[in-house]
Design a protein around this ligand. Structure first.
Ligand code: CTP
Length: 406
């Protein structure tokens, strides 16, 4: 592929994967791209500026100033020069700084000045990659329109095996090549779910007993909010119907509908259902509600108190009975025993296209926490088990699985 006249800027951070950049630069230069490289100080411990300047045929920059002569390197000009800026390998440290506007080296100043699309390819140990703070940085950067080139599962420098290994130079080359040869559309339009309308439910519902008390559950809403965010990034128009939670949608384009009880949630979903392409019910809807709500605070008088409960409408089942062939309906199942079997039963009983099983048996997963471990079951009984991950990463897995159904 001819890349003549294309201007590539590469920001190299301190990681063992830095050696792959030498090969990438060679591939790009071979196709006549103009390549300039900036490096952090720690990157130079892994690969020399000389190697990269010889291969790129351009000086490699790391410092703001030139040697003692009052001259300075213009990061603004460099940021404006590039057609695309790739930060690779991107370390947890640099990702955290990029996500938070920290500008204490030349590579970061160029990032903040860059007018072109920015891609970043993380490289780090699996635990560092899966740490909620790294995932939060990545989410934030994606939210700013930067593009993640996800690391692969594989052998890591630590000797561990898992997610965190930066992709090979050929893959980086392919991503850049595709980018440079494609007419650049607005990021929000290029996702796999572009143009799709998706309704997501999140959080608990509160069933009133009297004006001050309710029956609720421990759902935090984090999974549903993460899903709404991931769906928006995939290009979908998202309505988020949420029970009581303190969370705020991560993206201003998400249409938040706040509800309190299972009945409110049923009404909000039923009203909007005919317009939706996809519905994902991640809310922990109360299964029972008091028959009567006392008008005044119930006073204690020493005697035992019984509250009569009746079942709520199963919203998912109700939507499943009205679903058209074009609509995709996804449910969640929270099980504590015979998990797979019960989830498969719910998939059939509620006429779903997919069910996401989360189990409370996994430590660190489920209600309230920042992580989740899910198994996704499809209609053809295809079963995909995922490992324990931050909820933002789980949301991406679910969105990918839904996109495959569409
Ligand atoms: N659900 C719903 N309306 C209800 C109860 C549950 O739409 N009144 C949805 C949940 O949002 C979830 C799915 O049904 O997507 C499964 O919820 P879960 O609590 O796992 O199961 P239930 O169907 O309530 O059955 P059980 O509590 O007996 O396991």
């Amino acid at each position: 592929m001819d890349l003549s006249g294309k201007k590539m800027l590469i920001g190299v951070c301190g990681s063992i994967a830095a050696y792959k950049i030498a090969l990438l630069v060679r591939l790009l230069v071979k196709e006549e791209a103009e390549v300039k490289v900036v490096m952090t100080a720690s990157a130079q411990e892994f690969i020399t500026p000389l190697t990269l300047s010889v291969l790129s045929k351009n000086p490699v920059l790391s410092e703001f100033t030139k040697e003692n002569n009052g001259g300075w390197h213009n990061h603004v000009e460099l940021g404006a020069w590039a057609d695309v800026y790739l930060v690779a390998p991107a370390t947890a440290n640099t990702l955290g700084k990029m996500a938070n506007g920290i500008c204490d080296n030349f590579l970061l100043a160029v990032y903040l000045s860059a007018k072109c699309p920015v891609y970043f390819a993380p490289a780090m140990d699996l635990d560092m990659y899966n740490h909620p703070s790294t995932q939060a940085s990545i989410s934030k950067l994606e939210g700013y329109g930067n593009v993640l080139i996800p690391p692969e599962d594989g052998e890591l420098a630590s000797g561990l095996v898992g997610e965190g290994r930066m992709v090979e130079p050929e893959k980086l080359y392919e991503v850049l090549n595709t980018h440079l040869n494609r007419s650049v559309k607005k990021k929000s339009k290029v996702g796999t779910l572009a143009g799709k309308k998706v309704l997501v439910t999140a959080g608990p519902t509160y069933e009133a007993i009297d004006p001050v008390r309710f029956i609720g559950n421990h759902s935090s809403g984090k999974m549903g909010f993460a899903l709404a965010d991931a769906l928006t990034r995939a290009g979908a128009s998202v309505t988020l119907v949420s029970g009581p939670t303190s969370l705020k949608p991560a993206n201003a384009n998400i249409d938040l509908v706040s509800v309190v009880s299972a009945e409110d949630m049923l009404n909000a979903c039923s009203e909007r259902f005919p317009d939706q392409d996809i519905v994902i019910m991640s809310a922990a809807v109360a299964d029972f509600t008091p028959v009567e709500v006392a008008h005044h605070k119930i006073k204690k008088n020493g005697a035992a108190l019984s509250i009569e409960l009746i079942p709520t409408v199963d919203i998912l089942k109700e939507l499943g009975s009205k679903k058209t062939k074009k609509q995709v309906l996804v449910g969640f199942a929270l099980e504590t025993e015979n998990e797979l079997e019960h989830a498969q039963e719910k998939l059939k009983k509620k006429n779903l296209d997919m069910i996401v099983l989360n189990s409370l048996n996994d430590k660190g997963a489920g209600f309230g926490g920042d992580q989740n471990k899910v198994t996704i079951i499809g209609r053809g009984n295809n079963i995909a088990e995922y490992k324990l991950k931050p909820k933002a990463a789980v949301a991406k897995d679910i969105v990918n699985a839904v996109s495959e159904l569409i």
